[in-house]
Design a protein around this ligand. Structure first.
Ligand code: SAM
Length: 335
């Protein structure tokens, strides 16, 4: 029998999904995610890989069943495979049902085989366009051919790849039908995401924001979309696309708040626990982690924080609200 999580928030939601941002650094500078000239955390502030493992292990003992490594770009963290291999013992023991990653794919060619060997079965790869020039423009530093080789390596290693695409007004809205055909043609699911107002960037978010209700209406002119109850543990709502036979997920934090079923918390690479992606309240788990060798303090700090998990986020994007709803960038808490 699967053990229920002992982490229950004030709204009765059971927390069994942990997302861990293992680094705030990234080898891309996607224009809606980061400013070009970012200041990253000094290395000394980061949790060591051993500390990250200890922290994740306490969450798993408390009932986390799914763990996603993210960032920044998780695969640029030095020796990241050491952490993945360590964590894979919880897959072997059955305590953890899934260990997975969200990646920009740039380092996947190198790591796909080892990830599969560690028991990773699925990976999300973020691509916002299939046009190499546009890809370079939106990521500022990325090369699509390298990401494609990463996807091929992942497929060859037997990993299920899901495509994550941020819907951006005037940038990729007309390309999404082709991306959908491409992804489904390769047997990959696809998820489209609304831009969230997180962190100062160089651009105006109102110019980028494309409500997915609009995108869905556009897609329905070409495709037959049927709502399905499929779930992966994340916030996406899925439809089946009759013409391609594949699944398309919508992540709609702006047009359709999905907080009522939130089962997630997030930790940053400095051990800060965020109970909600869209709120500022946090708990410093690094202090509890370093204050004693045993895990009791840490477990207590986690329990206290879960009791403060808010009901939901209050993201706003409009011409009057110039400041981001939360000051930290997505790369701090991970997507
Ligand atoms: N580097 C990895 C990647 O590219 O997937 C993991 C981290 S990245 C922050 C995770 C996801 O968040 C990516 O799909 C990215 O496109 C998305 N993202 C970043 N900033 C966002 C924002 N402001 N609103 C919506 N999605 C965002």
């Amino acid at each position: 029998m699967i053990q229920q999580s002992t982490m229950i928030d004030p709204f009765g939601r059971s927390i069994d999904y942990l997302r861990v941002s293992v680094t705030d650094r990234c080898d891309f500078r996607c224009v809606y995610c980061m400013a070009e000239d970012m200041t990253f955390l000094p290395k000394r502030d980061l949790l060591s890989l051993e500390e990250l493992d200890r922290l994740c292990t306490v969450f798993i003992e408390k009932g986390v069943k799914r763990l996603r490594l993210t960032g920044g770009e998780p695969l640029v963290r030095k020796n990241i495979m050491h952490l993945v291999r360590q964590l894979s013992r919880h897959l072997k023991s059955g305590a953890l049902q899934e260990l997975t990653l969200t990646s920009n794919g740039s380092q996947l060619e190198r790591f796909a085989g080892e990830l599969a060997d560690c028991g990773v079965r699925r990976i999300n790869v973020s691509i916002d366009t299939l046009d190499p020039d546009k890809f370079h423009a939106i990521t500022r530093w990325g090369h699509l051919d390298k990401v494609m080789r990463g996807i091929e390596a992942a497929e060859a290693a037997g990993l299920h790849v899901k495509l994550n695409t941020v819907a951006l007004k005037g940038f990729n809205e007309n390309e999404i039908p082709d991306m959908l055909r491409w992804a489904h043609g390769r047997g990959m699911d696809m998820t489209v995401i609304e831009t969230m107002p997180m962190g100062e960037i160089d651009a105006d978010r109102t110019d980028q924001y494309l409500p997915l209700s609009l995108l869905r209406a556009q897609l329905e002119r070409e495709f037959t979309l049927t709502d399905i109850p499929f779930k992966t543990g994340g916030p996406a709502r899925y439809v089946e696309v009759t013409e391609t036979g594949g699944r398309l997920g919508f992540i709609t934090p702006m047009t359709h708040n999905f907080c009522e079923s939130c089962n997630r918390v997030r930790i940053t690479c400095t051990g800060t626990l965020y109970m909600c992606l869209g709120q500022e309240d946090s708990a410093d788990l690094r202090a509890a982690l370093r204050a004693s060798e045993g895990n009791e303090l840490l477990a207590g700090a986690i329990d206290d924080a879960i009791l403060r998990k808010p009901k939901g986020h209050d993201f706003v994007i409009d011409r009057h609200t110039r400041r981001p709803s939360v000051s930290r960038h997505m790369s701090v808490t991970g997507g």
